[in-house]
Design a protein around this ligand. Sequence first.
Ligand SMILES: Cc1cc2nc3c(=O)[nH]c(=O)nc-3n(C[C@H](O)[C@H](O)[C@H](O)COP(=O)(O)O)c2cc1C
Length: 221
Amino acid sequence: MKTNRSQVPFSNAPHHSADKAITLAFTGASGAPYGLRLLECLLAADYQVYLLISSAARVVMATEHGLKLPSGPEAAQKVLVDYLKCPADKLIVCGKDDWFSPVASGSAAPKQMVVCPCSAGSVAAIAHGMSDNLIERAADVVLKERGQLLLVVRESPFSTLHLENMLKLSQLGVTIMPAAPGFYHQPQSIDDLVDFMVARVLDHLGIEQGLVPRWGYDQRL
Ligand SMILES: Cc1cc2nc3c(=O)[nH]c(=O)nc-3n(C[C@H](O)[C@H](O)[C@H](O)COP(=O)(O)O)c2cc1C
């Protein structure tokens, strides 16, 4: 085979290790408002967001927030763009079997991924590398590429199995961030509680935020 060493092909496709891109997954745990608010903040921070939505997450979103997301990714994307009034090109909703999505491969996937809210079922699937749908595959990719994976887990109480799965993931470098807002910022509304959790997620992602007064700086009780 002939080679021509002087020709090095460059791709115009984005390589997300350098870009402001992130994968966000909504799964079927209680806490749909956390996911929506996080999505809103990521888009406001000018991130390209690849959004993955499980079918249970759609049920939870409708039950808790009254927002009905269609099962088709394009239709769900349109509903969310209209709802959040965000630029259409910044939000890409991917289907659960969209194996050609950038998030499905380490060669193109963003280095950061958040599952918010994260069900105990998704924790188990991720902990065992199931990769049976795009959410599980995207998490598996972030793990194998040694990226940043953050799970906003919601269940109560936790079973020993849940705790073992979370321990396993934590030992692999995953941030387990239970949806357990504090009250020391004196929340006046549910939105304040939601913002507390979302602020902690943004802090861990290294994204500037002013949602909640910072302990010891902006607030003296
Ligand atoms: C309204 C509603 C609330 C739920 N809340 C939780 C929860 O807080 N934590 C949890 O682990 N599962 C919860 N579930 C169950 C999960 O949705 C279910 O186990 C599902 O299979 C998870 O699938 P997924 O991880 O692919 O989204 C809830 C289901 C519904 C409909």
